[in-house]
Design a protein around this ligand. Structure first.
Ligand SMILES: [Zn+2]
Length: 277
């Protein structure tokens, strides 16, 4: 599943090509045909992301709500014949956006937009985010911090890569109960999410290593992985930690693997005494 920076990039792309323009809206596959007919030929006001959700406004009270889920894709191209099963196409004479295989594609009103957003924690990529709301939810829970960072009601946008990487960078045991995470460490993790995810929006990939741990600085081969750029622990099970050399581990948690360094993030570490940067 794409992490939040991907949705923000898509929102930026939709705005660049379609915002404040009259667009054609169709459902080549047919499953969104009635809703598309309502929006077709109207002005698209703008698109915005909140975590892994995308909201496209046509009217203050008419929004398309999109969640890509595990297999969904939204691709922007020059106009071309429809290929495959396209749930939704938004287009002008110069550009089309095709949505395939989404978990959610719905026409919703302002009240429903507010309801969806109310269920989402702050998104580090949004200027209106309140990190203290996430902090309060973390401090109210005995669940491991690594589990809480994946709950979209706690913090909205980070997925498995960012959560593993920010916990490593903060030197926090992924199994530390949320209520034991010091406030100062949460503030640092939040700032780190904002910085890393902003960079992810800019580059379209996830890189989390400091300058001194890049392949060039360390004289090592670049990482080869479909799921990201240069990272410390994500999918590096069995390889040496780039900082301390200990063997990186993976532990199952709520159906997903948590990647971590048993030395930099040894059990009980709260991140107050920083290991690096
Ligand atoms: Zn280490």
């Amino acid at each position: 599943m794409p992490e939040g920076h991907v949705l923000h990039r898509l929102a930026d792309e939709l705005n660049r090509h379609f915002a404040q323009r009259v667009v054609r809206v169709t459902s080549p596959q047919g499953r969104f045909a009635d809703e598309a007919a309502v929006l077709d030929g109207r002005e698209l006001l703008g698109a915005e992301a909140w975590g892994k959700h995308l909201f496209v406004a046509f009217d203050p009270d008419a929004w398309i709500h999109i969640h890509l889920g595990l297999i969904g894709t939204l691709t922007l191209t020059e106009p071309e014949p429809v290929r495959g099963v396209v749930r939704l196409r938004i287009g002008t004479d110069e550009q089309v956006a095709d949505l395939r295989g989404p978990q959610t594609c719905a026409l919703i009103d302002a009240a429903r937009v507010a309801t969806v957003r109310a269920g989402l924690g702050p998104d580090p990529l949004r200027a209106d985010a309140d990190p203290d709301l996430a902090r309060r939810r973390i401090h109210a829970s005995a669940k491991p911090i690594a589990a809480l960072l994946l709950e979209q009601s706690v913090v909205s946008g980070p997925g498995n890569i960012y959560r593993a990487e920010v916990l490593f960078r903060a030197g926090v045991d992924p199994m530390l109960p949320g209520k034991r995470l010091p406030r100062t460490v949460w503030n640092r993790i939040w700032d780190d999410l904002v910085a890393l995810m902003t960079e992810g929006v800019r580059t379209g990939r996830i890189d989390t290593v400091a300058e001194e741990h890049t392949p060039e600085a360390m004289g090592r081969d670049p990482r080869v992985d479909d799921h990201g750029g240069e990272v410390y622990v994500y999918r590096r099970t069995g390889q040496p930690c780039l900082v301390c050399g200990a063997t990186v581990r993976a532990t199952p948690l709520a159906g997903r693997q948590v990647y971590w360094c048993p030395r930099c993030q040894r059990p009980g570490r709260t991140g107050v005494r920083r290991v690096h940067r």
